[in-house]
Design a protein around this ligand. Structure first.
Ligand SMILES: C[S@@+](CC[C@H](N)C(=O)[O-])C[C@H]1O[C@@H](n2cnc3c(N)ncnc32)[C@H](O)[C@@H]1O
Length: 286
């Protein structure tokens, strides 16, 4: 694997090896033992846990690998759900808020993947987008969903693949900004998973703010109050896009690629019990 491992990812991995090396790890009554990636992981369920050191031993959160992480819209949601997150992107992502590994996600060593309790992947969507379909140039971008699915399925870990409408995901659920109080973005994203995800009800879409003078509601909406769309073309300012998506650290280019953290916080909360059940099953087998 050709990769630059920064100090933070090394620290995360070292800490987890340390947890594995604790032979007399004892957990308090509320903790469940999670076995993931060959490590024994104490994990407080169902509420997201904070990592803590106790006199009984080391406890830590379940570890999620965030593939194709960009600046971390998805990653932040999983962190809020209770996961410790490590991101991988093919280019440097200095604003990614967690431990970061620069690497081609398609060349990761299966032993590396096996260190994680769960995996999320957001492969590039350009090839599947409406724009590419209209322009007939989808072949100009890689189509990674099928090989990513094969790679994740082979790990045996709970996984999620996220992409745009029109992408070849299997039985995905659709999440939309209207489903999450506090968001003001119309942004449909599909989520395929190897565990069930129950989406919130999908409400009727409200009017969306526009810079387009040809639209009948041009000038009648306010980008700080009404719903917006966050696109390369630009239907709102960066400041309003950040406010609408619940993201305050991204550039325009990064936020155009991102999903709102609320989406993966929601998905992550449904993934946590699956991670726990898998760990309990592994512990019984061991
Ligand atoms: C749609 S963005 C992901 C957005 C992210 N999930 C979020 O919510 O902020 C896709 C990312 O995949 C990265 N990428 C493309 N090909 C890659 C590869 N082979 N390996 C790793 N990352 C790759 C791009 O640099 C880009 O940052």
């Amino acid at each position: 694997m050709s990769a630059v491992i920064d100090a933070r990812i090394q620290a995360v991995l070292d800490r987890f090896s340390e947890a594995e090396a604790q032979p007399s790890l004892k957990l308090d009554v509320l903790d469940a033992t999670v076995r993931g990636g060959g490590n024994v992981l104490p994990f407080r369920s169902p509420q997201p846990a904070q990592p803590e050191v106790t006199n009984a031993g080391i406890t830590r959160k379940p570890l999620l690998l965030d593939l194709f992480c960009c600046a971390g819209g998805a990653g932040v949601g999983y962190a809020r759900a209770g996961f410790e997150v490590v991101g991988v992107d093919i280019v440097p992502r200095p604003s990614y808020p967690f431990a970061f590994l620069q690497a081609d996600a398609m060349t990761l060593d299966p032993k590396f993947l096996a260190m994680f309790d769960a995996i999320h992947a957001s492969p590039p969507c350009q090839s599947y987008s409406d724009l590419a379909k209209r322009n007939g140039n989808g072949d100009e971008w890689p189509r990674l969903i099928e090989p990513v699915r094969d790679m994740l399925a082979a790990t045996g870990r709970p996984y999620v693949i996220e992409n745009v409408e029109g992408s070849p995901l299997i039985d995905p659920v659709v999440l939309c900004g209207t489903m999450f109080p506090g968001l003001r973005v119309l942004r449909h994203r599909l989520f395929e998973a190897n565990f069930p995800i129950t989406p919130p009800p999908h409400r009727k879409h409200p009017k969306v703010h526009t810079f387009d003078k040809r639209k009948s509601h041009f000038g009648k909406t306010n980008e700080w109050i009404d719903f917006v769309q966050v696109t390369g073309g630009g239907n709102c300012t960066l400041a309003a896009a950040r406010d609408a998506m619940g993201i305050d650290w991204m550039t325009k280019g990064e936020i155009n690629e991102a999903i709102p953290p609320a989406y993966t916080e929601f998905v992550g909360r449904q993934m946590l019990p699956v991670v726990l059940a898998r760990a309990e099953a592994s512990a019984v087998e061991a």
